[in-house]
Design a protein around this ligand. Structure first.
Ligand code: 16G
Ligand code: MG
Length: 576
């Protein structure tokens, strides 16, 4: 890389200043940089270069998505995609931040030289790409953006940054975050990586799922699915997916709401974040006029998460969140694996596939209990953010992960896929017909689900196929277990970094004495009570979560713990 060329190009993207004349600082949060869109030109330019450097160092294509996900329309941000399709390794975050905040050419040069000197071939970190695969022009960067008004300008800056660092840029234009990840994932494996190829893959996986699990010829679901697209990038993509599904000869009765051309703005009282946090239907899109118990889904602005919900005759809305989706997918996977019998045991060690569900501290206690005690599956808890859940799920042969907020997918290791495929293809009549169907269904699931990151679009296909196989409506699904009442609140403090956590964010290490005070409060609310406090990675607040056997209990525990946080961690404004 010619650093001098990059530094010259960077002159056109000077970092913005604070009112006091100092240079504005940007922090790499839970999922990349995210703040007011009009301040991000320099950060995005520099991150474009970082993606190019990452591509150079790993020898494979990487990616960038310009999005602020579920944040309001005036925000924007950047998500960086690593060469295998996952998120930028956490070990690079501090350097990404140093590059974004460098105040001189020398500082930028130092960061770039440090990163360029790293020797991190992709193979040493991840499953190697297929042997002999030509990596193409390296550095190579895929670029996508969502529908925000600042998107085109920022995409230009990212492109300029990547090019200044010597990269070839593949501009995917308006696209979802999961499509950005999939393009990189597929390119790593030498598979077709276009949008068309992706939706075709999902559609075919879905059609095979219906076929393997259905009892009759046309097993397409008929109950309409009303999807709130949050006025984001997902709406147009759903249309493409629906067309791809129809081309396979099956159908999916999706009705799109809150999309381009309808009133309302991006993520404003609509979308998965609003519906999940408020436990209310979207304010716009006509959801109040739908028939009672209609099947509804909300996705977020960049279409990487989803939640289901329905509103009954008494106007009570029931949310089926990421935990419920994880339980549904895990139930289905474990049912299929059981039907495969011993056919999937390791030929040498005779061990079964290692299957687990990954959650965060926000997972409802009832869901964890259900997965461990009813499904008898392993669970693992990680800190918040896909960058932690995804690798934990990769450690299983089959790892299902979902955050309660609806981010998630199911991952099948190469070993698992190879074994399933080999057994299915070589069964020569020796396997019971039902086991063979289960094997084929597992293979279909690996195609219908995004293997790189959670995707709201593939999430809908997978949930629908499973519900169809079980002949379940949302009410049946909801009775898998009853959520414990929970409450989330925000506490404003002077400096949220005074709070440090351990045990997957379930316990605080500092400020000293705060965890003991939280424990004392929790102990007053009975056996099912649980609470934690963690500094947000995307907002300048501390988040408090509480759950208890009753609604009143959850609400008051959240309030009590907020008071503890306010007292120990330097609360500002009115006391809770
Ligand atoms: C980001 C994360 C999401 C996480 C949320 C937590 C990704 C792709 N997105 O949106 O997984 O739940 O941040 O935000 O990782 P918080 O740190 O403000 O609570
Ligand atoms: Mg999102």
């Amino acid at each position: 890389m010619d650093i001098a060329v990059f530094l010259t190009a960077a002159k056109a993207y000077p970092p913005p200043q604070n009112p006091d004349g100092t240079q504005m600082r940007f922090s790499y949060g839970t999922a990349g940089f995210r703040t007011v869109g009009t301040t991000l030109n320099s950060t995005v330019f520099r991150s474009g270069a970082l993606a190019a450097v990452r591509s150079r160092v790993t020898g494979r294509a990487c990616g960038i998505v310009i999005t602020a996900s579920h944040n309001p329309e005036f925000d924007n941000g950047i998500k960086l995609v690593d060469c295998t399709g996952g998120m930028l390794p956490t070990s690079w975050e501090a350097d990404a931040e140093s590059l974004a905040n460098a105040e001189s050419d020398d500082e930028m040069k130092r960061v770039l030289e440090k990163l360029l000197a790293l020797d991190e071939p992709a193979e040493s970190l991840h499953p190697p790409p297929p042997p002999g695969l030509d990596a193409g022009n390296i550095p190579y960067v895929f670029l996508a953006r969502d529908t925000r008004p600042t998107g085109p300008e920022l995409a230009k800056a990212a492109l300029a940054g990547a090019k200044a660092a010597g990269a070839t840029v593949d501009d995917l234009g308006l696209n979802t975050t999961p499509q950005g990840h999939f393009a990189v994932y597929a390119s790593y494996r030498g598979a077709p990586n276009t949008e068309e190829a992706y939706y075709k893959r999902l559609a075919q996986g879905y059609a095979s799922l219906l076929k393997e699990d259905g009892d009759h010829d046309d097993s397409s679901p008929v109950e309409p699915i009303f999807v709130d697209c949050a006025n984001g990038v997902g709406a147009g993509k759903f249309t493409k997916l629906i067309n791809a599904v129809e081309e396979t000869g099956v159908s999916i009765p999706i009705k799109l709401h809150n999309h381009e051309g309808t009133p309302g703005t991006l993520n404003n009282q609509v979308g998965a974040d609003y519906v999940q946090k408020e436990q209310k239907p979207p304010k716009f899109g006509g959801f109040d006029a739908l028939p009672s118990n209609a099947k509804c889904v909300s996705i977020d602005g960049d279409a990487d998460r989803l939640v289901y919900f329905y509103t009954d005759e008494n106007k009570k809305t029931t949310l089926l969140d990421g935990d419920k989706i994880a339980a549904l997918v895990a139930t289905h996977v474990s049912g299929l694996l059981k039907r495969c019998g011993e056919s999937l045991l390791d030929p040498v060690t005779k061990k079964p596939l290692d299957v687990g569900v990954v959650q965060t501290a926000y997972a409802n206690g009832a869901s964890t209990k259900y997965i461990e005690q009813v499904l008898k599956m392993k669970t693992k808890c990680t800190p918040t953010g896909v960058k932690w859940l995804h690798p934990a799920a990769e450690a299983f042969d089959v790892g299902v992960y979902f955050e309660a907020n609806g981010h998630g997918t199911a991952l099948f290791s190469e070993t698992a896929i190879d074994r399933i495929r080999t057994v299915a293809e070589n069964s020569d009549g020796s396997l019971p017909a039902d086991a063979l169907r289960a094997l084929k269904s597992l293979l279909a699931l690996t195609e219908a689900i995004n293997p790189a990151v959670g995707d709201a679009l593939s999430g809908v296909l997978v949930v629908e196929a499973i519900l169809q196989a079980k002949r379940w409506g949302l009410r049946d699904w909801n009775t898998m277990y009853s959520d414990l009442p929970s409450k989330q609140v925000k506490v404003k403090v002077q400096d949220r970094s005074v709070i440090t956590t351990t045990d997957a964010e379930r316990r605080c290490m500092t400020p000293s004495g705060m965890q003991q005070a939280i424990d004392a409060k929790v102990s007053e609310f009975g056996n099912d009570a649980r609470a934690f406090a963690r500094p947000s990675g995307t907002e300048d607040v501390v988040r408090v979560y509480a759950e208890a056997a009753t609604r009143e209990g959850a609400d008051s525990l959240a309030k009590e713990v907020s008071k503890v946080v306010y007292t120990f961690a330097g609360g500002t404004g009115d006391a809770p």
